[in-house]
Design a protein around this ligand. Structure first.
Ligand code: BDR
Ligand code: CA
Length: 322
């Protein structure tokens, strides 16, 4: 079996941590590079988290590029209220020996797309700044990418405003460029999908018991307890690990169903800033719209996702580097 060559564009972020765990444990994915991007926290913090996570999961040989430090046009906004001052809820990971390389994310994405000869898949788990710069700099890049999975947007209620989801809202201009650039398969895994995996803390404890009570188990428990406390502080009783669903979906076509739609990002309005405007779907159509450019995630097989999460942690528990 040929593994799928993938790049993970990410802003860790507690759920990004779990997304990287799922990808690192997968037999089906060949992670070629991780491209950090400012999002949940400032660039320096998320990049340090990526370096530490690469070492923790012994992802030797996986490149880390230098990504974008701020959005294309809008003012920078982070999510320290959810992920903490350091982006990982204050959980201390062993300090990485190896730093990111100085090559820029957009150049690494292009290099890896050429190397993968049409098979490259990208998981975008933060604001879409790196990907937008890549497609602007290299106009032939969209045709070289097999699939782009985006954790972002919503076909329903938002999380930073009634209309907007954090990753898209944090750089809406980048998101609109990426949605319209001509990549043949863009899978938008938005909040309407990731909220189908809202679990409470006891349920997470059951799923995460697979990590054991050694070092990985302790890290995982601290992360989830932190997220749980923050969720309660923000008035929620349970939470979801948005980004981990995306890396699980990369190696499992049966996890999510999608419907095709024309999708644009609202960059002008004050109240709906960052909204993903989904023009058609579930039988509804409006007259004025473009050709479908995005597959909008619709339904999740939750039991399948929980099994993947447990199996990934089970696999990693004996192999973390401390
Ligand atoms: C997204 O925003 C970030 O805070 C999470 O890491 C996830 O990528 C959810 O809206
Ligand atoms: Ca993220």
């Amino acid at each position: 079996m040929h593994k799928i060559p993938v790049i993970i564009d990410t802003d860790p972020g507690i759920d990004d941590f779990f997304a990287l765990a799922v990808a690192a444990a997968s037999d089906k994915l060949d992670i070629r590079a991780i491209t950090p991007v400012a999002g949940n926290q400032t660039y320096e913090k998320v990049c340090r988290n990526v370096e530490n996570i690469r070492q923790l999961f012994r992802m030797d040989g996986v490149r880390i590029a230098t990504g974008a430090k701020c959005p294309l046009v809008s003012a920078q906004r982070t999510a320290g209220n959810v992920h903490g001052e350091d982006g990982l809820g204050g959980v201390i990971l062993p300090k990485a020996q190896q730093k990111a390389e100085s090559t820029y994310a957009w150049d690494v994405i292009y290099e890896e797309a050429k190397r993968a000869q049409g098979r490259l898949q990208i998981a975008a788990l933060g604001p879409l700044t790196n990907i937008a710069i890549a497609v602007l700099k290299y106009p032939d890049l969209p045709s070289m990418i097999d699939k782009l999975f985006v954790m972002g947007g919503t076909n329903g209620f938002g999380n930073v405003s009634p209309y907007a989801e954090f990753n898209i809202w944090a750089d809406p201009h980048a998101a609109d460029i990426v949605f319209c650039c001509g990549i043949k398969t863009v899978n938008m895994v938005g909040l309407n999908l990731t909220r189908q995996a809202i679990l409470d803390i006891p349920e997470y404890r059951r799923v995460f018991s697979a990590a054991g009570d050694g070092p990985l188990g302790k890290i995982v428990t601290q992360l989830i307890d932190y997220l749980g406390t923050r969720a309660h502080g923000l008035g929620n009783t349970a939470m979801t690990l948005h980004d981990a669903i995306v890396t699980a979906a990369m190696s499992d076509d049966k996890l999510i169903t999608y419907f095709p739609s024309y999708v644009r990002v609202e960059c002008q309005s004050e109240n709906a800033f960052g909204q993903t405007v989904v023009f058609a779907g579930n039988g509804n159509r409006v007259l004025e719209q473009g050709e479908p450019n995005v597959n909008v995630a619709d339904t999740l097989d939750l039991e399948r996702f929980k099994s993947t999460l447990s199996a990934s942690l089970e696999k990693l528990k004996g192999r973390v580097a401390l």
